[in-house]
Write a protein that binds this ligand. Sequence first.
Ligand SMILES: Cc1cc2nc3c(=O)[nH]c(=O)nc-3n(C[C@H](O)[C@H](O)[C@H](O)COP(=O)(O)OP(=O)(O)OC[C@H]3O[C@@H](n4cnc5c(N)ncnc54)[C@H](O)[C@@H]3O)c2cc1C
Length: 581
Amino acid sequence: MTLRIPTSEQRFVLEHVVGLRDLITSNVYEHLSEGLADAIIEGAASFAENEFAPLNRLGDTQGAKWAHGQVRMPAGYKEAYASFVENGWATVSAPAGIGGQGLPHIFGSLVFEDIGTANMGFSLISMLTAGAIEALLAHGSEEQMDIWLPKLVTGEWSGTMNLTEPQAGSDVGALRTSATPAGDGLFRINGQKIFITFGDHDLTENIVHLVLARLPDAPGGTKGISLFLVPKFRLDADGAPTIDNHVRCVSIEHKLGIHASPTCVMAFGEDGDCLGELIGAENAGMRAMFTMMNNARINVGGQGVQIAERARQLAHAYARERMQSPRADGSSLGNAVPIVEHPDVRRMLLRMNALTQGARALYYYAAGQIDRAHWGDNQAAARVDLLTPLVKSYCTDVGCEVASLGIQVHGGMGFIEETGAAQHYRDARILPIYEGTNGIQAADLVGRKLAGDRGIALRALLAEIRAEAGDQSNLMILADEVEDVASWMLNRPVNDRLSGSYPFLRMVAVLVSGWLMARQGRIARSMEQDPGANWTFLAGKRAAAAFTGDCIVPEAIGLSASAMVGAALFYGDLTEEALAE
Ligand SMILES: Cc1cc2nc3c(=O)[nH]c(=O)nc-3n(C[C@H](O)[C@H](O)[C@H](O)COP(=O)(O)OP(=O)(O)OC[C@H]3O[C@@H](n4cnc5c(N)ncnc54)[C@H](O)[C@@H]3O)c2cc1C
């Protein structure tokens, strides 16, 4: 099936959820206009459809390969990546002063969405690089920015993020990689990192690793972690990456999905001096890393939207071709009809649409708030903080659910690799795990985000939703339930909060995406009378919004009991032995 990037949907959400006109009239972005926005929407879609999408299957079947300490990408990847760089797609939302196009963050998100919908595994190289750029911009010195940023921004060099070690997964504070002063402001890095995305590959001439490590005598836990920039090749007197820095990829993982993304075991300084530069202050590495992780968490949420879109399109195409059984009401006169005509298949297809569009609305809304926060809007900055765990967790859960429904729509053929539905399901499964598992996101929501400000940011969001929700009674009921659960949480011990954190996160995420879908449904209805309106698109939008309000929002209302169940159910006299029975 040929991928079609949903440009009408992107334009609609940009206008009605992000507020494209506000961005244009803000005068923050010198060249931004409706014409330029259209050119980016169309150009990025065409690039992704024609250059990244055709390589998706090969990436899955052939995958990245490791041999003799080096990773090789599948055939065609090098050329496609070079074309991505040459066409300037990496630079869209980077600041103009460092070689970027200076456009709003949301346009960078849109490019990620397109290349990730086309080929999720491959697109990770650029997502990790964007995180490294963000961390350097926020915490690097002028000199570090001058040296490292220009080629990271164009994509000529790629970036990575090195946190995980065998004993330090969710518990980043347990990491042991060491950094010892080596003179001239440099540090000798020693240790091994696991699961490093695009830790090695043959697409760029250098790889800039951002590595968390401990200085001698650093305090224990997260308070003693510092961030280092460790290039694969150090730069010679001419600034060329020619000096081996003893960063080795010692193997890559064999995994369930995203085979086009090499997941590397990295050894630093095992066979010679591996030198790194400190980024930011000593022992302030977690703060710097959070800059990178917050960016990456929202982008991983975007990956949930990408995989859902791809799985959704495949299922719709199949459902219109596969003939099975006459219609139950006899109207097909005993003749078999395409399965899309059967009510339960239609339910699955509309559910896939509603979940995908709701997740996209949440993701774009968060990206739009990031832009407003960049202009100094403090309420938007607080909202981004609150939204980050919602976007990461809910959108990736949606990615898995939609990819699973995609298999169901295909029936037995969905379980067979040739249709491609299985690849989306396998690819989607990493999303709730990496970049902080969804359980860790839920803990972040009820801890730092809710208890941290005693519910102020959440109440501001609720007020905005209630002011707009008006006639949407399900949405109003959900808003009341969210408020009740939040008050309950604020008055309970931490274990009670954590025991209900996951269902609570889903309630809040469905509330926000349901609010944004209801708005889109109203606007779609009002536009249907316009001469020249894209009626098919508007009817689809109206149906997805109605399904969200009538079916998905009530499911979330039903979650309040499990959100307030309390820790006693999981502990008390329930020993670990009894739990395992
Ligand atoms: C394909 C892939 C790519 C990756 N890319 C990178 C990368 O580029 N850079 C990098 O540094 N890392 C990367 N990772 C690592 C990834 O971020 C970790 O796997 C993830 O953070 C979880 O850590 P863990 O696997 O050790 O699981 P664990 O921390 O062992 O967690 C196991 C389970 O316990 C739960 N859990 C653990 N602690 C708590 C707690 N305190 N409260 C509640 N629940 C808890 C988790 O939610 C999870 O369900 C990647 C991993 C994979 C598989």
